[in-house]
Design a protein around this ligand. Structure first.
Ligand code: PEP
Ligand code: MN
Length: 332
Protein backbone atom coordinates (compact mmCIF):
# COMPACT_ATOMS: atom_id res chain seq x y z
CA UNK A 1 0.00 0.00 0.00
CA UNK A 2 1.15 3.54 -0.72
CA UNK A 3 0.22 6.10 1.89
CA UNK A 4 0.62 9.86 1.64
CA UNK A 5 0.77 11.43 5.09
CA UNK A 6 -0.67 14.87 5.64
CA UNK A 7 1.83 17.73 5.08
CA UNK A 8 1.49 18.69 8.76
CA UNK A 9 3.03 15.41 9.96
CA UNK A 10 6.48 16.01 11.49
CA UNK A 11 9.64 14.12 10.49
CA UNK A 12 9.67 12.34 13.85
CA UNK A 13 6.05 11.27 13.63
CA UNK A 14 6.47 10.12 10.01
CA UNK A 15 9.42 8.01 11.17
CA UNK A 16 7.32 6.45 13.92
CA UNK A 17 4.51 5.59 11.51
CA UNK A 18 6.96 4.17 8.96
CA UNK A 19 8.52 1.98 11.68
CA UNK A 20 5.15 0.82 12.91
CA UNK A 21 4.06 -0.16 9.39
CA UNK A 22 7.51 -1.49 8.47
CA UNK A 23 7.35 0.85 5.49
CA UNK A 24 9.79 2.54 3.14
CA UNK A 25 9.44 6.29 3.31
CA UNK A 26 10.65 9.42 1.57
CA UNK A 27 9.50 12.99 1.37
CA UNK A 28 8.04 14.32 -1.85
CA UNK A 29 6.56 17.77 -2.42
CA UNK A 30 6.38 18.40 1.32
CA UNK A 31 4.59 15.14 2.15
CA UNK A 32 5.83 11.80 3.38
CA UNK A 33 5.22 8.88 1.05
CA UNK A 34 5.12 5.50 2.82
CA UNK A 35 5.20 2.18 1.01
CA UNK A 36 4.35 -1.11 2.69
CA UNK A 37 3.98 -4.59 1.25
CA UNK A 38 0.87 -5.17 -0.82
CA UNK A 39 -0.61 -7.35 1.92
CA UNK A 40 -1.70 -4.21 3.81
CA UNK A 41 -5.09 -3.37 2.31
CA UNK A 42 -6.42 -0.71 4.66
CA UNK A 43 -4.91 2.16 6.64
CA UNK A 44 -5.03 1.19 10.37
CA UNK A 45 -7.94 3.19 11.87
CA UNK A 46 -5.77 4.87 14.50
CA UNK A 47 -3.75 6.53 11.68
CA UNK A 48 -6.77 7.75 9.72
CA UNK A 49 -6.47 11.38 10.83
CA UNK A 50 -2.80 11.55 9.79
CA UNK A 51 -3.27 10.16 6.29
CA UNK A 52 -4.00 12.27 3.24
CA UNK A 53 -4.48 9.56 0.60
CA UNK A 54 -3.82 5.86 0.21
CA UNK A 55 -3.65 3.29 -2.59
CA UNK A 56 -4.04 -0.45 -1.94
CA UNK A 57 -2.45 -2.91 -4.40
CA UNK A 58 -2.83 -6.56 -5.14
CA UNK A 59 0.89 -7.00 -5.87
CA UNK A 60 4.19 -5.24 -5.21
CA UNK A 61 4.16 -3.12 -8.35
CA UNK A 62 3.19 0.07 -6.60
CA UNK A 63 5.15 3.31 -7.18
CA UNK A 64 5.68 2.34 -10.84
CA UNK A 65 2.01 1.58 -11.33
CA UNK A 66 -0.36 3.81 -13.29
CA UNK A 67 -2.92 3.07 -10.59
CA UNK A 68 -0.81 5.29 -8.31
CA UNK A 69 0.34 7.85 -10.85
CA UNK A 70 -1.32 7.77 -14.23
CA UNK A 71 0.99 10.30 -15.93
CA UNK A 72 4.26 8.96 -17.23
CA UNK A 73 7.16 10.19 -15.11
CA UNK A 74 9.56 12.75 -16.56
CA UNK A 75 13.16 11.60 -16.37
CA UNK A 76 16.37 13.43 -17.23
CA UNK A 77 19.09 11.93 -19.39
CA UNK A 78 21.72 14.62 -18.93
CA UNK A 79 19.97 17.84 -19.95
CA UNK A 80 17.32 16.08 -22.04
CA UNK A 81 13.94 15.24 -20.59
CA UNK A 82 12.06 12.14 -21.67
CA UNK A 83 8.70 10.78 -20.58
CA UNK A 84 6.06 13.07 -19.11
CA UNK A 85 4.43 14.75 -22.05
CA UNK A 86 7.70 15.53 -23.83
CA UNK A 87 7.16 13.10 -26.73
CA UNK A 88 10.94 12.86 -27.02
CA UNK A 89 12.61 9.67 -28.16
CA UNK A 90 16.23 9.97 -27.12
CA UNK A 91 18.85 8.16 -29.19
CA UNK A 92 21.67 6.96 -26.95
CA UNK A 93 24.65 5.75 -28.98
CA UNK A 94 28.16 4.51 -28.46
CA UNK A 95 30.19 1.33 -28.36
CA UNK A 96 29.51 -1.75 -26.29
CA UNK A 97 32.81 -1.23 -24.44
CA UNK A 98 35.15 1.69 -24.00
CA UNK A 99 38.35 0.34 -25.57
CA UNK A 100 40.73 3.30 -25.99
CA UNK A 101 40.73 7.08 -25.98
CA UNK A 102 40.87 7.16 -29.77
CA UNK A 103 37.87 4.86 -30.11
CA UNK A 104 35.61 6.61 -27.58
CA UNK A 105 36.59 10.03 -28.97
CA UNK A 106 35.46 8.93 -32.44
CA UNK A 107 32.12 7.89 -30.94
CA UNK A 108 31.78 11.20 -29.10
CA UNK A 109 32.55 13.10 -32.31
CA UNK A 110 29.95 11.11 -34.23
CA UNK A 111 27.23 11.95 -31.70
CA UNK A 112 28.22 15.60 -31.58
CA UNK A 113 28.17 15.83 -35.38
CA UNK A 114 24.67 14.29 -35.41
CA UNK A 115 23.36 16.65 -32.73
CA UNK A 116 22.90 13.83 -30.21
CA UNK A 117 23.60 14.25 -26.52
CA UNK A 118 24.13 10.94 -24.79
CA UNK A 119 27.16 8.62 -25.03
CA UNK A 120 27.12 5.03 -23.80
CA UNK A 121 30.07 2.72 -23.25
CA UNK A 122 30.73 -0.09 -20.80
CA UNK A 123 33.81 -0.12 -18.57
CA UNK A 124 32.86 -3.03 -16.32
CA UNK A 125 31.50 -5.61 -18.73
CA UNK A 126 29.31 -8.45 -17.44
CA UNK A 127 30.85 -11.04 -19.77
CA UNK A 128 29.62 -14.61 -19.76
CA UNK A 129 33.19 -15.95 -20.04
CA UNK A 130 36.01 -14.93 -17.69
CA UNK A 131 38.41 -15.12 -20.67
CA UNK A 132 36.61 -12.40 -22.67
CA UNK A 133 37.51 -8.70 -22.47
CA UNK A 134 36.21 -7.49 -19.11
CA UNK A 135 36.36 -3.74 -19.79
CA UNK A 136 38.82 -0.97 -18.96
CA UNK A 137 37.42 -0.35 -15.47
CA UNK A 138 38.26 2.97 -13.84
CA UNK A 139 40.54 4.05 -16.72
CA UNK A 140 37.54 3.72 -19.04
CA UNK A 141 35.33 5.74 -16.71
CA UNK A 142 37.93 8.52 -16.74
CA UNK A 143 37.88 8.52 -20.54
CA UNK A 144 34.09 8.83 -20.52
CA UNK A 145 34.32 11.73 -18.08
CA UNK A 146 36.85 13.39 -20.41
CA UNK A 147 34.38 13.04 -23.30
CA UNK A 148 31.64 14.57 -21.17
CA UNK A 149 33.89 17.55 -20.41
CA UNK A 150 35.13 18.02 -23.95
CA UNK A 151 31.94 17.35 -25.92
CA UNK A 152 29.22 18.19 -23.38
CA UNK A 153 27.66 14.72 -23.68
CA UNK A 154 25.85 12.91 -20.88
CA UNK A 155 27.40 9.57 -19.98
CA UNK A 156 25.66 6.25 -19.53
CA UNK A 157 27.70 3.30 -18.31
CA UNK A 158 26.89 0.01 -16.69
CA UNK A 159 27.42 -1.46 -13.25
CA UNK A 160 28.44 -5.13 -13.32
CA UNK A 161 28.27 -5.74 -9.58
CA UNK A 162 28.11 -3.82 -6.33
CA UNK A 163 31.91 -3.66 -5.79
CA UNK A 164 32.38 -0.65 -8.08
CA UNK A 165 28.95 0.98 -7.91
CA UNK A 166 30.30 4.08 -6.14
CA UNK A 167 32.73 4.69 -9.03
CA UNK A 168 29.99 4.28 -11.60
CA UNK A 169 27.71 6.67 -9.72
CA UNK A 170 30.54 9.20 -9.48
CA UNK A 171 31.48 9.14 -13.17
CA UNK A 172 28.15 8.68 -14.94
CA UNK A 173 25.01 10.72 -15.51
CA UNK A 174 22.97 7.57 -16.04
CA UNK A 175 23.76 4.29 -14.30
CA UNK A 176 22.89 1.29 -16.46
CA UNK A 177 21.90 -1.76 -14.47
CA UNK A 178 22.56 -4.54 -16.96
CA UNK A 179 20.32 -7.49 -17.76
CA UNK A 180 22.47 -9.82 -15.64
CA UNK A 181 22.63 -7.29 -12.81
CA UNK A 182 18.87 -6.65 -12.69
CA UNK A 183 18.48 -8.78 -9.55
CA UNK A 184 21.56 -7.36 -7.78
CA UNK A 185 20.11 -5.66 -4.75
CA UNK A 186 23.47 -4.17 -3.75
CA UNK A 187 23.45 -2.23 -7.02
CA UNK A 188 19.74 -1.38 -6.85
CA UNK A 189 19.91 -0.11 -3.27
CA UNK A 190 22.98 2.02 -4.03
CA UNK A 191 21.14 3.43 -7.06
CA UNK A 192 18.12 4.18 -4.86
CA UNK A 193 20.29 6.36 -2.63
CA UNK A 194 21.98 8.20 -5.50
CA UNK A 195 20.80 11.24 -7.41
CA UNK A 196 21.60 9.68 -10.78
CA UNK A 197 19.17 8.53 -13.42
CA UNK A 198 18.98 4.74 -13.38
CA UNK A 199 18.38 2.72 -16.55
CA UNK A 200 17.36 -0.82 -15.68
CA UNK A 201 17.65 -3.46 -18.36
CA UNK A 202 15.27 -6.37 -18.26
CA UNK A 203 16.92 -9.67 -17.40
CA UNK A 204 16.63 -11.98 -20.40
CA UNK A 205 14.75 -14.53 -18.31
CA UNK A 206 12.72 -12.09 -16.23
CA UNK A 207 8.99 -11.61 -16.17
CA UNK A 208 7.60 -8.11 -16.55
CA UNK A 209 6.64 -8.16 -12.89
CA UNK A 210 10.18 -9.02 -11.78
CA UNK A 211 11.51 -6.31 -14.11
CA UNK A 212 9.27 -3.64 -12.63
CA UNK A 213 9.99 -4.83 -9.09
CA UNK A 214 13.69 -4.11 -9.72
CA UNK A 215 12.58 -0.55 -10.48
CA UNK A 216 10.56 -0.51 -7.23
CA UNK A 217 13.83 -1.06 -5.30
CA UNK A 218 15.09 2.24 -6.69
CA UNK A 219 11.80 4.15 -6.50
CA UNK A 220 11.11 3.12 -2.90
CA UNK A 221 14.46 4.60 -1.86
CA UNK A 222 13.22 7.98 -3.06
CA UNK A 223 14.94 8.11 -6.46
CA UNK A 224 12.23 8.66 -9.06
CA UNK A 225 14.63 9.00 -12.00
CA UNK A 226 14.18 5.50 -13.35
CA UNK A 227 13.91 4.26 -16.93
CA UNK A 228 13.12 0.72 -18.06
CA UNK A 229 14.98 -0.86 -20.98
CA UNK A 230 13.68 -3.86 -22.93
CA UNK A 231 16.63 -5.65 -24.57
CA UNK A 232 15.31 -9.04 -25.57
CA UNK A 233 14.49 -12.33 -23.93
CA UNK A 234 15.93 -15.79 -24.28
CA UNK A 235 13.49 -18.00 -26.17
CA UNK A 236 13.73 -21.31 -28.04
CA UNK A 237 14.90 -19.36 -31.10
CA UNK A 238 18.66 -19.32 -31.67
CA UNK A 239 18.89 -17.63 -35.09
CA UNK A 240 18.84 -14.24 -33.43
CA UNK A 241 20.62 -13.51 -30.15
CA UNK A 242 17.45 -12.80 -28.16
CA UNK A 243 13.78 -12.06 -28.92
CA UNK A 244 12.66 -8.46 -28.44
CA UNK A 245 9.48 -8.45 -26.38
CA UNK A 246 7.33 -5.77 -28.00
CA UNK A 247 4.23 -7.29 -26.37
CA UNK A 248 5.92 -6.61 -23.06
CA UNK A 249 6.51 -3.00 -24.12
CA UNK A 250 2.79 -2.61 -24.89
CA UNK A 251 2.00 -4.02 -21.42
CA UNK A 252 4.44 -1.64 -19.75
CA UNK A 253 2.98 1.33 -21.64
CA UNK A 254 -0.50 0.41 -20.43
CA UNK A 255 0.29 -0.28 -16.77
CA UNK A 256 3.58 1.36 -15.77
CA UNK A 257 4.40 5.05 -15.33
CA UNK A 258 8.11 4.85 -16.17
CA UNK A 259 9.69 5.89 -19.49
CA UNK A 260 10.73 2.99 -21.72
CA UNK A 261 13.87 2.70 -23.81
CA UNK A 262 14.39 -0.11 -26.29
CA UNK A 263 17.67 -1.77 -27.19
CA UNK A 264 17.43 -3.55 -30.53
CA UNK A 265 21.23 -4.09 -30.67
CA UNK A 266 21.40 -6.69 -27.91
CA UNK A 267 18.05 -8.20 -28.88
CA UNK A 268 19.03 -8.93 -32.47
CA UNK A 269 22.74 -9.49 -31.94
CA UNK A 270 23.33 -8.93 -35.66
CA UNK A 271 23.90 -5.49 -37.19
CA UNK A 272 21.67 -6.03 -40.23
CA UNK A 273 18.57 -6.34 -38.05
CA UNK A 274 19.14 -3.30 -35.86
CA UNK A 275 17.73 -0.60 -38.17
CA UNK A 276 14.51 -2.45 -39.10
CA UNK A 277 13.94 -3.25 -35.42
CA UNK A 278 14.68 0.33 -34.40
CA UNK A 279 11.92 1.47 -36.77
CA UNK A 280 9.48 -1.04 -35.28
CA UNK A 281 10.36 0.11 -31.76
CA UNK A 282 10.00 3.81 -32.52
CA UNK A 283 6.64 3.15 -34.18
CA UNK A 284 5.34 2.17 -30.72
CA UNK A 285 5.91 5.69 -29.39
CA UNK A 286 8.80 5.03 -27.02
CA UNK A 287 11.00 7.27 -24.91
CA UNK A 288 14.36 6.17 -26.20
CA UNK A 289 16.56 3.88 -28.24
CA UNK A 290 19.89 2.47 -27.09
CA UNK A 291 22.00 1.49 -30.07
CA UNK A 292 25.56 0.23 -30.15
CA UNK A 293 27.89 1.82 -32.68
CA UNK A 294 31.64 1.40 -33.11
CA UNK A 295 34.11 3.15 -35.42
CA UNK A 296 35.17 -0.27 -36.70
CA UNK A 297 32.83 -3.02 -35.47
CA UNK A 298 34.99 -5.79 -36.94
CA UNK A 299 37.67 -5.18 -34.30
CA UNK A 300 35.29 -4.46 -31.39
CA UNK A 301 36.33 -6.22 -28.18
CA UNK A 302 32.74 -7.09 -27.27
CA UNK A 303 29.47 -7.48 -29.18
CA UNK A 304 31.24 -7.06 -32.56
CA UNK A 305 28.47 -8.65 -34.64
CA UNK A 306 25.72 -6.25 -33.56
CA UNK A 307 27.42 -2.85 -33.58
CA UNK A 308 26.62 -0.45 -36.42
CA UNK A 309 29.49 1.35 -38.08
CA UNK A 310 29.19 5.12 -38.15
CA UNK A 311 27.68 5.29 -41.65
CA UNK A 312 25.06 2.68 -40.68
CA UNK A 313 24.29 4.55 -37.47
CA UNK A 314 23.64 7.78 -39.38
CA UNK A 315 21.49 5.93 -41.93
CA UNK A 316 19.54 4.31 -39.08
CA UNK A 317 18.61 7.72 -37.64
CA UNK A 318 17.64 8.94 -41.09
CA UNK A 319 15.23 6.01 -41.46
CA UNK A 320 13.88 6.26 -37.91
CA UNK A 321 13.20 10.03 -37.96
CA UNK A 322 10.05 9.88 -40.15
CA UNK A 323 8.69 6.93 -38.15
CA UNK A 324 9.01 8.94 -34.93
CA UNK A 325 7.30 11.91 -36.59
CA UNK A 326 4.46 9.70 -37.83
CA UNK A 327 3.58 8.73 -34.24
CA UNK A 328 3.98 12.26 -32.86
CA UNK A 329 7.46 11.81 -31.38
CA UNK A 330 10.75 13.54 -32.06
CA UNK A 331 14.18 11.91 -32.11
CA UNK A 332 16.52 13.89 -29.86
C1 PEP B 1 25.40 -3.66 -22.90
O1 PEP B 1 24.57 -2.73 -22.91
O2 PEP B 1 26.48 -3.63 -23.50
C2 PEP B 1 25.01 -4.91 -22.20
C3 PEP B 1 25.91 -5.75 -21.72
O3 PEP B 1 23.68 -5.06 -22.14
P1 PEP B 1 22.79 -6.21 -21.43
O4 PEP B 1 22.98 -6.03 -19.97
O5 PEP B 1 21.42 -5.90 -21.93
O6 PEP B 1 23.30 -7.53 -21.94
MN1 MN C 1 26.97 -4.73 -25.57
Amino acid sequence: MIIHLKPSISDTRAGEIADKLNAFSFKKEGKYVLITGASLKEVPVELDSEVDESWPFDNDIQLASKTYQVEKRTVKIGNVEIGGNTNNTILIGGPCSVESEEQIRQSAELLKEMGLTSLRGGCYKPRTSPYSFQGMGLDGLKLLAKMRDEYGLSIITEARDATHIDEIIEYSDVVQVGAKAMYDQGILRACAKSNRTILIKRGFGSTLKEFVQAAEFVLSGGNDQVVLCERGLRTFETSTRFTLDLCGVAWLQEHINLPIILDPSHAMGLAYGVTPLAKACVAMGIDGLLIETHPNPKVAKSDAAQQLNHAEFKEMLKQVNPVAAAVGYKMV
